[in-house]
Design a protein around this ligand. Structure first.
Ligand code: AMP
Length: 541
């Protein structure tokens, strides 16, 4: 027997309608390239999203079309999120840091019809416009006063485009399974792959993201999403904050600038924020240098890559800000696990707490997670057994955009490519990417654990550990280090830093100092390139 409840589709339009009615006066504050501090309300934002929907219709865009954005986190980008998706079109957020060939590939693969672009990326598109023939035209996210000179075809100014449009629009009734957004994941091999989110998957993810043991956001919070809106929908903040009614602060192009972040936190009384480790390191450096405080700030979410425990402790001890580690990926909308400690964990002695706070945390309801061995046998959650992480759930992909085949196994599980242990408290600890695992003398060594340990050395700015072939041990870990400007470390001292911190046979066999390390477009270490660079390394022992 079916339940006798209303069957209402879970669409992004419902967030817009709800937020406009219930939280119309809540604020959105943005830094943009043309305005150091723009301020308006949810109500104003949705009015403009409807003007945008009218403009898209007049441009000839239809339901199912991909409309691309190449933009930082600000209020116009937010209007695009809603104006596009609620019109039944697909908001294709593009990472502007991708290499030109990748940009060209994904714009063509998605068959984007229009590209909405921040002023600073106009020259990039102008260079490649002949290679992206599906694109009918370009809209620059600015006003007339700041319009750049450009020979881009069918070029519009955003403010002019929407200014004379009505602020009413009859958004279509959409099926909850329709696509609403598209984000390409740029693996280190092959072409980028598109992850196509549905309205339903986005809403369910949004509910989960706001839960107390996840982002824990309330109507009393002021949230500053720093993670780019082009990277997995900004971890869902652009939806959850509006659903909950939290004040939103968007740092625009200044997301990596410690001074801007500090000023926004203090000026707008930001309580929560989310971003990758490098952003928090920049803020920490700025605070330590200037002696400024961030008193309103309660907690930070860090994810996308491992964060050194020294950074977590510095925020806690010097600024009274707790950092929560979160793990996920583009294919997972992105949230999979979140580190929110139980009271028993919080009471652990410092050394044990340092280990626990660094873990990726427990799975969030909605994500089923298991670790498996090479024969796909499920491994116990004993904190020791290390295996490939597989997941399934309503906000996890089962096929890449336009792919012939599904990307899940016969039982419906998606293999994440990460390797982890899970302890008896259900806390996952990521030890590696499957591709980056180091196998020395038949035993696994966690490159992430070694990198975290190296990163805690006061003179180390960034560290990578890769497995390089070794005549005796098949492979041995090689440590590659960038020191802070003007600093040097004696190689023997660097290697001695690991003594007592990791198993003796894990200690890297050598260290090399470099000026900089290669990164992917999402700012992650490109281990593939590091392995190639040092493939012929001659071991000193
Ligand atoms: P992306 O799809 O670009 O978000 O990358 C997802 C990948 O980033 C994951 O599969 C992990 O390898 C890595 N990652 C994400 N969050 C974390 C974290 N908290 N700690 C370590 N690695 C992470």
């Amino acid at each position: 027997m079916n339940g006798l409840m209303m069957d209402m589709p879970l669409t992004i339009t419902t967030i817009m309608n709800f937020a406009e009615k219930v939280h119309a006066n809540q604020e959105i504050v943005s830094v943009t390239a043309d305005n150091p501090l723009h301020r308006y309300t949810f109500g104003d934002s949705f009015k403009r999203a409807r003007q945008l929907a009218n403009a898209l219709k007049d441009l000839g865009a239809k339901q199912g079309d991909c409309i691309a954005t190449l933009a930082w986190n600000d209020y116009r980008h937010l209007e695009l999120y809603y104006g596009i998706s609620c019109s039944g079109m697909i908001c294709h957020t593009i990472n502007p840091r991708l290499f030109e060939e990748q940009l060209e590939y994904i714009i063509n693969h998605a068959e984007d019809q229009w590209v909405f672009v921040d002023v600073m990326f106009v020259p990039l598109l102008a260079k490649m416009q002949d290679k992206i023939p599906h694109v009918k035209g370009f809209v620059v996210l600015t006003d007339e006063a700041h319009m750049p000179e450009s020979d881009l075809r069918d070029l519009h100014c955003y403010e002019t485009l929407i200014s004379d449009k009505p602020d009413t629009f009859d958004f279509p009734e959409l099926d909850e399974n329709l696509a609403c957004a598209l984000c390409y994941t740029s693996g280190t091999t092959g072409n980028p792959k598109g992850v196509l989110y549905s309205h339903r998957s986005t809403i369910l993810h949004c509910y989960a993201a706001a839960l107390p043991d996840v982002f824990n956001i309330s109507v009393n919070d002021t949230v500053m999403p720093i993670v780019p809106m082009f990277h997995v929908n900004g971890w869902g903040n652009a939806y959850s904050c509006l659903m909950i009614g939290s004040k939103v602060v968007l740092p625009g192009p200044k997301m990596g600038d410690g001074e801007t972040l500090c000023n926004l936190i203090n000026g707008e009384k930001v309580t929560k924020s989310a971003g990758v480790p490098t952003v928090w390191m920049a803020l920490l450096q700025y605070l330590d240098k200037t002696g400024q405080k961030v008193e309103s700030l309660e907690s930070l979410t860090v994810g996308g890559a491992a964060c050194p425990v020294s950074v977590m402790k510095a925020f806690d001890e010097r600024y009274n800000v707790w950092m929560h580690n979160a793990w996920g990926m583009t294919e997972m909308s992105p949230l999979g696990t979140y580190n929110s400690l139980s009271k028993e964990q919080k009471a652990l002695p410092e050394e044990e707490l340092d280990i626990v706070r660094q873990k990726a945390g427990r799975p969030i309801y909605g994500v089923e997670l298991k670790i498996v061995d090479a024969d796909n046998n499920e491994l116990p959650w004993d904190g020791e057994s290390s295996g490939a992480v597989k997941v399934r759930g309503p906000w996890i992909t089962n096929r890449y955009f336009k792919a012939e085949e599904e990307n899940i196994d016969a039982d419906g599980w998606f293999e994440t490519g990460d390797v982890a242990t899970v302890d008896s408290n259900s806390f996952m600890n990521i030890t590696d990417r499957t591709k980056d695992v180091i196998k020395s003398g038949g035993e696994w060594i966690s490159s992430i654990e070694l990198e975290n340990c190296a990163a805690d050395h006061p003179q180390v700015a960034e560290a990578a550990v890769v497995g390089i072939s070794h005549p005796r041990w098949t492979e041995r870990p090689l440590l590659v280090v960038v020191t802070h400007e003007g600093e040097t470390i004696d190689p023997a001292e660097m290697l001695a830093w690991f003594d007592g911190k990791v198993a003796t046979w894990w200690v890297p066999s050598d260290v090399v100092f470099v000026e900089s390390l290669p990164h992917t477009a999402t700012g992650k270490l490109s281990k593939k390139d590091i392995r190639v660079q040092f493939k012929d390394h001659t071991w000193s022992k």
